[in-house]
Design a protein around this ligand. Structure first.
Ligand SMILES: Cc1cc2nc3c(=O)[nH]c(=O)nc-3n(C[C@H](O)[C@H](O)[C@H](O)COP(=O)(O)OP(=O)(O)OC[C@H]3O[C@@H](n4cnc5c(N)ncnc54)[C@H](O)[C@@H]3O)c2cc1C
Length: 445
């Protein structure tokens, strides 16, 4: 480990936990419940909150402490415009190619709804989480990516209130203090949150609404209660068995073998982030004059932003696609940050951390039911708005209160022959994508 790179107080826990650390809430496990929810992240808690607001008190099982999962570890970029964005350099996603423009349009409308749902929830529930509709800048990694962004901009603007616009290279310093990109696009209809504060604010509302919260309680198996499952489900947990009329699984990147059907449909991956030490606010805020969230158009993308208060940079990416020791990925992210902002040479890293995400084979998020068990999963790296939305939609479905089916409900949800959920191919695939990124960039130079 290169000591020069790290502050003396360097930590391998999320920067966000300084303000909102995971919490152990150990309500006793009841014998029965109307609804049992597995997973205490945004998806699980927003399901529980919507149910509770409508008079149904759920039990939430969380294998670790509340806040252990990706929901308190992410970049806090809030966006509905990433739907179907696979590892495609440039603008046209594989989903759009496969499904066509019209279907893609519907899904993007679903993304816009997810964003609106989160904004409404933050306001209605008074969730203190530094939410700002700050907009987003996506830098074009090559001139060809910039060209294809024109199509993406037109598409976004015809699909929802995204307020997307192209920004040529000559003007990009309006958004970011670098010449690293070949122009880019801005998307006004996106925002940023303090992700761990959002998670804890949701948790607080659940507590106020009487949701039963069981930390350190691992779901081990779900089976039908009685012949044909008409009696609901039996959920075996590390703390005993609970009977439930409905069961909802919201375990996303942490989905285990106990829900093998779902696991076979998800490709678990890791994302990593660093936080820099604090610097003078003027110096840091000059890097991002409009305080947008930032990303680039690479296949193995970077996403980044300023921390609330504007005194440090938070820089993320898939430096490695498997969960591992963050200390090994910190230098990679630091170097990528300096590629964009060489003026930060010498800045140290105060935190580096990782968290689990889940891709799907069609790059779309999914909700639905398998053998009567509800699931919501497949954030594809962008789930702050989406997983919260799928939680809300799953609750409305259980309550029979949805006006119409959600765009992501019961989509075809395929696995691949022989795939069991062990993504052995990830290092190969990510190495290949990173190589293609480097080749594209070299060609553009
Ligand atoms: C580093 C990083 C950066 C990211 N940046 C962004 C971003 O900027 N914008 C964005 O939109 N998205 C981002 N994401 C993705 C986003 O964080 C996730 O999509 C979202 O938090 C998923 O929420 P969730 O509730 O579905 O899952 P999680 O928050 O991961 O919660 C799942 C929970 O299930 C629990 N669990 C698993 N198995 C069991 C079991 N058997 N029994 C009980 N509990 C169980 C786990 O312990 C875990 O706490 C990022 C993710 C990471 C890791």
């Amino acid at each position: 480990m290169n000591a020069e790179l790290f502050t003396e107080e360097f930590k391998i826990t999320p920067y966000w936990w300084e303000a909102a650390a995971p919490r152990k809430i150990n309500d006793p496990l009841p014998e029965a419940a109307d609804v049992v929810i597995v997973g205490g992240g945004y998806a699980g808690l927003s399901t529980a909150l919507e149910l509770a607001r409508n008079g149904t008190k759920a039990v939430v099982l969380e294998a670790e402490e509340f806040g252990h999962g990706a929901s308190s570890r992410n970049g806090g970029g809030v966006s509905g415009s990433n739907v179907g964005k696979g590892p495609t350099a440039g603008a046209i996603s594989p989903v759009e190619r496969a499904l066509g423009k019209e279907r893609m349009h519907e899904l993007l409308m679903g993304g816009a709804e997810a964003m609106a749902n989160l904004e409404a929830m933050i306001e209605r529930e008074k969730l203190e989480c530094h939410y700002v509709r700050c907009g987003r800048f996506v830098g074009a990694y090559t001139p060809a990516h910039y060209e294809s962004m024109a199509i993406k901009v037109a598409h976004l603007n015809s699909s929802g209130d995204f307020g997307a616009a192209l920004l040529p290279r000559g003007e990009q310093r309006r958004e970011i203090a670098t010449d690293f990109y070949f122009g880019g696009m801005t998307v006004e209809g996106s925002g940023s949150v303090h992700p761990a504060m959002l998670q804890m604010a949701l948790l607080d509302r659940c507590i106020e609404q009487g949701v039963i919260l069981c930390a350190n309680t691992t779901m081990q198996a779900i089976s039908p209660d009685g012949a044909g499952g008409e009696g609901g489900h039996l959920v075996a947990t590390s703390a005993g068995i609970i009977k439930a009329r409905e069961v909802v699984v919201g375990t996303n990147g942490y989905t285990g073998k106990a829900t093998g059907w779902l696991r076979r449909r998800l490709i678990p991956a890791a994302s990593y982030m660093i936080a820099t030490e604090e610097r003078d606010a003027d110096e840091i805020q000059a890097l991002v004059p409009n305080n947008r969230t930032l990303a680039d158009s690479k296949r193995v993308l970077n996403y980044y932003r300023l921390a609330p208060g504007g005194r440090r940079v938070l820089f993320g990416g898939r430096a490695r696609l498997a969960l591992g020791d963050p200390r090994e990925c910190a230098p990679i992210l630091h170097r990528q940050m300096l590629d964009v902002w060489p003026q930060l040479e010498g800045i140290k890293i105060s935190h580096c951390w990782t968290g689990g995400i889940a891709f799907t084979f069609d790059f779309l998020p999914h909700m639905g039911q398998h053998k009567g068990v509800h699931y919501m999963a497949g954030c594809n790296g962008a789930g702050v708005a989406m997983m919260t939305y799928l939680g809300t939609q799953t609750a409305l479905k259980i309550l029979d209160k949805a006006n119409r089916p959600c765009a992501f409900d019961e989509l075809p949800f395929n696995s691949r022959p022989g795939y069991t959920g062990h993504a052995w191919f990830l290092p190969i695939v990510s190495g290949y994508y990173a190589l293609r990124d480097r080749m594209d960039r070299a060609r553009a130079a």
